[in-house]
Design a protein around this ligand. Structure first.
Ligand SMILES: Cc1cc2nc3c(=O)[nH]c(=O)nc-3n(C[C@H](O)[C@H](O)[C@H](O)COP(=O)(O)OP(=O)(O)OC[C@H]3O[C@@H](n4cnc5c(N)ncnc54)[C@H](O)[C@@H]3O)c2cc1C
Length: 419
């Protein structure tokens, strides 16, 4: 048996927790997972919704081919073939001007953007704002860098919202710069979009759980960690809803849960406390109406809707930075967003049924101030470590960040002194 640790207790079975378990299995380390929900997946779960009688994703997710940790994870659990790669040009629609344009992918993407000026009524120099992201200070917001750019509302704002779920006046330009350097700046090979053929549950969560179970690791569902007993900073006991678990000498705990739940266990920690909502509206449509959409993903500008995902019998719309809609009437938002879709299609069509999901704490607000808090936060303590998308402060809160955090948590076990 591996001498690094006797066993890891993993709290949370979102992607960070699953990734921790899978990386522990790869290193032959014993582990056990505890999850408060009745299923794994956390924010990336999929479920059958009785209201619209479809299996839907909690949120529309897209992953770029630049995301190597995601790719490695899928290879390990054997699910890469359950994804499709979208390499078609990304289509955008601006409801105010009625302009439609395509963002083509090429090997020398940045050069092509400069020469082709894809957004209507723009010129070469409007794209020079890209270069500002080459050198960015930690305390700069996206607005500070490109707030006055001619392509702000048509490019920088939608990109920032999609990547960081944070409005550009608050969003850390450093994080966006890290994303640009790994995607657009590297060209087409890093900008292809991975989408599951069925849904995220089938492609990512279910195969991960199957891999974990096959390796005889137990996932305890409906077990919320309510409290921790500590002694001189060392976790001695985990107090769950239904049981207490002793953390023995040589064992470790990985907390793979969001900061909002960390703070309930450790009230004295300084962590971000402001979050942003993401709305997802799922419209069930007939196959005939689905065929009216020629692209699998569409970007909308100057609308409530930001991204439209065309799935089997379902049009799913994402609205990020949606705290302002939290208390709006759901039926009204559903109708308004559908009107935008009909405007894009140029004809009025009906949906059969709809479901709106308001994920209130989708991500913390990724501002320079919050980034700094996370940077300062000591993720590795006496006998425990913190994982989760939020711990990777140089990346946005994404699937890639959560998978990477689990991998890093297991790798860092070897730096523990014998606690
Ligand atoms: C609507 C939406 C859209 C998104 N779009 C994208 C996208 O397009 N691309 C992308 O890459 N990312 C996207 N994300 C982000 C992505 O979903 C997350 O970064 C990722 O799923 C986070 O995984 P995690 O394991 O860190 O946290 P979580 O998924 O939050 O997992 C934490 C788990 O811990 C459990 N838990 C919490 N507290 C306790 C406790 N006390 N005891 C036991 N269990 C506990 C929870 O039930 C949960 O299962 C989106 C997120 C949302 C909500």
């Amino acid at each position: 048996m591996n001498k690094i640790t006797n066993k890891i207790h993993i709290i949370g079975s979102g992607l960070a927790g699953l990734s921790t378990a899978i990386n522990a299995i790869k290193k032959n380390i014993k582990c056990e997972v505890y999850e408060s929900a009745k299923m794994a997946g956390g924010r990336c779960r999929s479920f059958f919704d009785k209201q619209i009688e479809l299996e839907i994703d909690n949120g529309n997710h897209l992953v770029f081919s630049a995301n190597n940790n995601f790719l490695e994870f899928c290879k390990t659990i054997g699910s890469l073939t359950t994804f499709k790669l979208i390499s078609k040009d990304l289509k955008f629609f601006d409801i105010t001007s009625s302009h439609v344009w395509e963002f083509g992918l090429s090997d020398n993407l940045l050069k092509d953007i400069f020469f082709k000026c894809p957004i209507p009524n723009t010129l070469f120099f409007n794209y020079l704002s890209f270069l500002k992201f080459l050198f960015v200070k930690n305390n700069t917001t996206v607005n500070d860098l490109v707030g006055k750019s001619k392509i702000f509302t048509t490019f920088w704002e939608p990109l920032t919202l999609a990547v960081m779920n944070t409005s550009p006046d608050l969003a850390s330009a450093k994080v966006l710069s890290n994303v640009l350097k790994e995607t657009i700046f590297k060209g087409k090979k890093n900008c292809l979009i991975y989408q599951p053929i069925k849904n995220w549950g089938k492609s990512l969560i279910e195969p991960a759980v199957k891999f974990i179970k096959k390796n005889k690791v137990k996932i305890n569902y409906n077990e919320t960690l309510r409290a921790v007993d500590t002694n001189q900073g060392k976790i001695k006991e985990l107090v769950f809803t239904k049981k207490k678990v002793k953390v023995k000498e040589g064992e470790r705990v990985v907390f793979a849960i969001p900061p909002s739940n960390i703070i309930k266990l450790f009230p004295n920690f300084s962590l971000p406390s402001d979050y942003n909502t993401i709305l997802n509206i799922h419209y069930k449509v007939s196959s005939e109406n689905q065929k009216l959409f020629k692209n699998e993903i569409l970007g909308f500008v100057n609308t409530i809707s930001q991204w439209v995902f065309v799935k089997k019998n379902c049009i799913a719309v994402t609205v990020s930075d949606a705290n302002k809609f939290s208390y709006f009437d759901s039926n009204k938002i559903t109708e308004e967003v559908w009107k935008e879709i009909c405007t894009f299609l140029g004809k009025k069509i009906q949906y059969e049924n709809s479901k709106i999901i308001k994920e209130k704490k989708a991500t913390y607000i990724q501002s320079p101030k919050n980034n700094f808090l996370i940077q300062k936060f000591n993720k590795q303590r006496t006998n425990h470590i913190f994982a989760g998308d939020w711990t990777q402060n140089d990346l946005p809160c994404t699937i890639e960040a959560s998978i990477l955090s689990g991998k890093k948590a297991v790798e860092s076990l070897r730096y523990f002194k014998n606690a």
